[in-house]
Design a protein around this ligand. Structure first.
Ligand SMILES: [Ca+2]
Ligand SMILES: [Ca+2]
Ligand SMILES: [Ca+2]
Ligand SMILES: [Ca+2]
Length: 455
């Protein structure tokens, strides 16, 4: 259900005593005569709007409130430091976590350009604002081109290990050296390759998801090439000790550009969430899909939902706090699509937030009010925004950063870096400087939240 059908249902509600429209504004009563506005507080439900309150469902927009289309009101709720850069390498990937177990969240990234392309670095956060750079895996020989880094405790010893998607070396479509997957085991801050390069069906893997898809208690890997739309992924079952079995290839229902793992139907089995970008004939699709896991690394039943525009990134979180994981899907054109789950493998409501750059996003409670918010950014030069959730599934307030701290950012994480309880932001690919065809000075940047939230 989109905002247009919400409005349609509201008009019906004027004469049909509709009490609550799922996902739309809750309404009550059955009057057919719109009341006059009171000029303060919330609007009436169908007349002319007042000034400054929340919008009604179907009348004219008020001033300063959310409009009828659901576009949120701009607020200035949180404050952030100017970004601080921490490296001289070009970096386009990151993973965050306390890799050296000193109590402060660190950053792992990799050099994207020569001479140290493929070198993986730990930026060891010391908690005082310094992130000294340490090469933990030297590149050039083994790891060729780091497309993604994920972390998890793969060998069960309590610290975070690394999984690296290495997209190899290509000259256009020509494969010079095939890529694959690397697993690096963390042993007290020393990272060691476990078994060398793991070949998968694509010679250019760019995305890894980590989860136990066969319920044997050992983490498994799902691998795909998300740079080109693909209709296949590889499943590598964990064999214990951070080792993995021979990849098995799984066909996807359509070409996809992103994958996420979550137990969407709460049956104890991880499910696959996919963005569906085109069918086998190349015709574009505006869809996302959930492939429900059977708990044995097979994914049988499939549910497809329609997005507003071509999806890009998919994720899940319980946006409205009812215990069911909801779908959050960003597209490349500035819309965040939210599908509220019913908890029975169905989604009855599509909420859309327009003008919210949805290329890349993180779902996190930024202001500490207990409601999940969305930090959203396009990979273009648009500034990032924070969409503040109200706990019902709606995002009626939006904050633009007062400056553009993330120009050119290709990936970011939200994590508390200085242990003050306020989520901070780590970005890679910022400070993009383009001179002619030369792109330089991309780096890792940290933006600290400096004002207390919790409103
Ligand atoms: Ca497993
Ligand atoms: Ca499931
Ligand atoms: Ca929910
Ligand atoms: Ca919040």
């Amino acid at each position: 259900m989109n905002s247009v059908s919400c409005k349609t249902l509201w008009v019906l509600g004027l004469t049909m005593m509709v009490a609550v429209l799922p996902g739309c504004m809750s309404v009550s009563g059955g009057t057919t005569t719109p009341p006059a506005d009171d000029m303060v507080g919330n609007d009436d439900m169908a007349g002319n709007d007042d000034v400054g309150g929340s919008d009604d469902v179907a009348g004219n927009d008020d001033v300063g409130g959310p409009d009828d289309a659901g576009n949120p009101t701009e607020v200035e709720r949180l404050a952030f430091s100017a970004e601080a850069g921490f490296s001289v390498i070009s970096a386009f990937v990151l993973a965050t976590g306390d890799f050296n177990q000193d109590g402060f969240a660190d950053v792992v990234t990799a050099a994207a350009t020569n001479p140290d392309k493929g070198t993986i670095y730990l930026l060891a956060n010391d908690g005082s604002g310094a992130f000294p750079l340490e090469a933990i895996i030297s590149g050039g020989n083994d790891v060729l081109d780091v497309a993604q880094i994920k972390s998890a405790d793969l060998d069960g010893d309590g610290d975070l290990d690394l999984v690296v998607a290495d997209s190899g070396d290509h000259d256009g479509d020509t494969v010079l050296t095939a890529g694959g997957i690397w697993v690096f085991v963390n042993d007290g801050g020393t990272f060691t390759s476990q078994g060398g390069l793991i070949s998968v069906s694509t010679d250019r893997p760019t995305e890894v998801e980590i989860g136990d898809v066969n319920n044997d208690g050992t983490l498994d890997l799902l691998v795909m090439d998300s740079e080109v739309d693909t209709d296949q992924l590889d499943i590598l079952l964990g064999a214990g000790g951070a080792r993995f079995g021979t990849p098995s290839t799984m066909d996807l229902p359509a070409n996809s550009s992103d994958i996420a793992l979550a137990d969407m139907d709460a049956d104890g089995n991880l499910d696959i969430i996919l963005s569906l970008t085109s069918d086998s004939s190349g015709t574009g699709l505006n869809q996302a899909a959930v492939l429900y896991g059977a708990g044995d690394a097979s994914f049988g039943s499939q549910l497809t939902v329609d997005t507003v525009l071509a999806p890009r990134l998919v994720d899940s979180a319980d946006i409205n706090g009812d215990g069911d994981l909801d779908l959050v899907i960003g597209d490349s054109f500035g819309t965040v699509n939210i599908f509220l789950a019913n908890g029975d493998r169905s989604f009855d409501t599509l909420l859309t937030i327009e003008d919210a750059p949805g290329n890349i996003f993180e779902i996190v409670d930024m202001d500490g009010d207990g409601n999940l918010d969305i930090v959203s950014k396009s990979v273009a030069s648009d500034p990032p925004v924070i969409l503040y959730g109200d706990g019902t599934g709606a995002f009626k307030e939006i904050q633009n950063f007062g400056f553009d701290p993330m120009g050119g950012v290709v990936e970011f994480d939200v994590i508390d870096l200085n242990n003050d309880g306020l989520p901070d932001i780590v970005t890679v690919g910022a400070l993009l400087v383009v001179s002619g065809t030369t792109v330089t000075n991309t780096t890792v940047n940290v933006i600290l939240q400096t004002a207390t939230g919790g409103q």
